[in-house]
Structure formats: structure tokens, C-alpha cells
Write a protein that binds this ligand. Sequence first.
Ligand SMILES: [Ca+2]
Length: 210
Amino acid sequence: MKKCLIVFISIAIILSTQLVSALEKTDPENDVDHIIQNPYSIEPVSSKPNLDVKKVSYTVDEGVATLSITVKGEIEDNELITYYCEYEGSDALYQFTYKNGNLNSKTDDTFGTAQDHTIDPPNTLTVTFDVVGAGGSDGELYGFAGDNFPNLDGNEYWMDNTVVEAGGTPGGGEETTDGGNTDGSGTPGFETILVVAALGIAFVILRRKK
Ligand SMILES: [Ca+2]
């Protein structure tokens, strides 16, 4: 009887690890900051839709981790415009920087290294990685788009980023407490629910066999 239970538990755990992990964070529209350095001023503008982050997402499925950033306008290839996205979990870090058609990611083996990227017409930049770590989705997701930043040329720049949770400082972006952002639409607890459900079914089957 104990052997049967162990088999069912093993099956439940295997099933749970094969599920898709997903995390998503949305960002308000028309909130790109126009920043003038001297004299300093900052003002949200709607005139830069190609920088206006709407959403970042992270998924893991069958050994592939996917990071994406979606803007209100179009992903723009321009030497002054940078798109950045990262996911940092307890056992993995994936990050990429996209600028004027060029994609860079961390090359350290302990970090995710980008495999490929697509621009899904016309406003989503999607980058795939080979999974490192356990492929969970309990970490922090962050996205940023900037014009003339961080390589400042002149006295002004534009930027938009998603909320940085307390204690996190990814990407060097501003720490912000913008209202209206939403977070936590991921499904980190779903695997646990499935395991519990599978165990429940296993117990029912075992009881009927007595
Ligand atoms: Ca935005």
C-alpha cells in the first residue's frame, strides 16, 4: 500500500513540474516620464507610445523560458532607444537588453542566455531562453523602455518602467510607486493545488482498494 502511495505522489510531483509557469505585470498607459536634467523636471507624457510599457510577461514551458515586453506603440529600432526586461527568481535570472535591432543578455552560465527574439507585430518583443533552475514563477518581473537613457546625450530623456517591488532595484530604473499598476496575475500556487488534488484522488483510489 505504501508503494502505491509513493507512486501516486511521484506522479503528482512530475505532473506539477511539467505545468506551464507564468507571471505577468501590467503598466498604465500614457505614463512615460519626460525628464529634463537641468533644471530638473519630470512630467508624464503620452507623446512617446513606442516607450509606453503596457505589459511584461514571463512563462516557462517544456524547457523554454520566455520573456516579453509590450508597448502601446511599436517596438522601435533606434540607437537611442533601449528596451529591457528581466525575471529574477530564487534560482534563476533571465534578462535582456534590446537596442536598435541588437539583443544582449547575460552570458554567465548561471543566468539565462537569450536564444532568439521576435517582434510580434508590432508592439511586443519576445525573447526565449533555455530554462535554468527549477522553472518556477515566484520571482520578480520588471520591464523598462527608455529614449536617450541610460546613455545620456543632451539634457533630456524619456522612460517608462514597471513597478519595482520593495527591496528590488533591477535595471537601474527609478523606484516608483505609481498608482494603477497591477501585479500578481501569475499562477505560482497552481502547482501546489494540483499536487493536493492528485494526492486526494490517490487516497480515494487506495481506500476503495482496501
Ligand atoms: Ca506605461
